[in-house]
Design a binder for this molecule. Sequence first.
Ligand code: FES
Length: 268
Amino acid sequence: MTSTATRPRGARARAAIAAKTLRTDRWWFAPLITVIGLSAWVAYATVRVFMHKWYWVDQYHYLTPFYSPCVTDRCVEGAAHFGRFLPGWWIIPDAALTLPFLLLFRLTCYYYRKAYYRSFWLSPPACAVPDKHDSYSGETRFPLLGQNLHRYFFYAAAIISLINTWDAVLAFHSPEGFGFGLGNIVLLVNVVMLWAYTISCHSCRHIIGGRLKHFSKHPVRYKAWTGVSWLNVRHMQLAWITLGTLALTDFYVMAVAAGWFNDLRFIN
Ligand code: FES
């Protein structure tokens, strides 16, 4: 039985039931698929970030989001839109300026918190399934206290989405001038999805419509808040979709850069 000292205030002791849980459905499926999905994505991203090659298609100016902006002295000139001011040690990602913020943005995201608390920490793995830990302190202590910094990482993520948008615009390029290919569609879809995920953030919703006493006196903010709220209820789906579009975009750029296949061109 959980001791009173470690139990959340107001919580009651669990009823004396011998069974681990009375749930008979596949409650373990969601945590399991989350572990598999997140682990696979992190493994892929880690390999790609430290590969230090096949991130830029010079002919069409395609830059993978995993290397944007490219800021080490190892970056090829065309890909370094913001200068090359960091040393090119292998341990330093070429997008060292943005990747830590993106990682922290996702790590502190309300949805991902729920996902990895349940699936990796089993705390608890599902509703009506006991927590695997004896004590519970919520997010009141270090390091989980840092989850409250999420709203600041949101601002960083918004700036990074602007940079990714700029990359997508610059990619309308061909050796003859303007160009348009399948790679542009891939980059654009990724950017649209990244914006949808970023704007659907709970912190963004609060920034847009929080701390107001009367929506009727702020019709523009109310309208914006309504739009953000529509996206916000789809935040979980967008969290997963953007993991997919990020990996897919990176893979597409890598494949074209490596010469595994050619970009399908519609114009030039
Ligand atoms: S709550 Fe998920 S990104 Fe902010």
